[in-house]
Design a protein around this ligand. Structure first.
Ligand SMILES: [Fe+2]
Length: 200
């Protein structure tokens, strides 16, 4: 294991479960199903999450790196959201699973209506909006179910767990009004990464 934080028993077991799933090289659909079950189990309690990974910021939600797979097959993050903080509309280009450790998040998903041939333009239509409550799980499954925005629309801080099928260091950000698509570098808040907040 590549980060010190994986010494927490709950997180270590979770990471090992994901490794076992990926060792079998299943389809993305099966990965989502099995990782969702493990995520729900881990998020049933928050005792395994270290204090330093619960740190939020008044400026922007924070992304704490909990584990990076040695074979670069996945990363595990904890995100801390103050009330009102939310992402722009973005994609992932990989599978992903999100679980709610504390409080809730609103997720709004989008369908892409254009043919996807232009790198700098997309026509999006909102497909659904969901409140994911404490202990709940949501997923991303490319190519059709992976564009969304999420945010804390409540009045209390939220902590969510995220696992992605690649090291998510860059995503595309979408302006639904103009159709503009912009690549964006994203950062971790962890001390080993300079405590840089996620900056748009
Ligand atoms: Fe996302």
């Amino acid at each position: 294991m590549s980060t010190a934080s994986t010494t927490s028993p709950g997180l270590s077991d979770y990471v090992r479960t994901i490794e076992d799933v990926l060792d079998r090289r299943p389809s993305n659909k099966l990965i989502i199903r099995e990782v969702s079950i493990a995520t729900k189990q881990l998020c049933a309690s928050d005792r395994w999450l270290e204090e330093r990974h619960r740190q939020g910021s008044p400026d922007c939600y924070t992304r704490h790196l909990l584990h990076r797979d040695q074979q670069n097959r996945f990363v595990v993050l904890a995100l801390v959201w103050m009330p009102g903080q939310m992402t722009p509309i973005h994609d992932h280009s990989c599978w992903g699973v999100m679980g709610l450790i504390q409080n809730s998040l609103e997720e709004v998903c989008y369908d892409r209506l254009d043919d996807g041939k232009r790198a700098d333009f997309a026509e999006l239509e909102q497909s659904r909006g969901t409140d994911v409550g404490q202990g709940g799980v949501a997923y991303l499954l490319p190519p059709y179910e992976e564009i969304h925005r999420i945010g804390n629309t409540s009045s209390k801080p939220t902590i969510s767990l995220h696992v992605y099928g690649r090291d998510l260091d860059e995503v595309n950000v979408f302006d639904q009004v103009t159709g503009k698509v912009s690549p964006m570098r994203i950062k971790y808040y962890s001390p080993e990464c300079g405590k840089a907040p996620f900056v748009i």
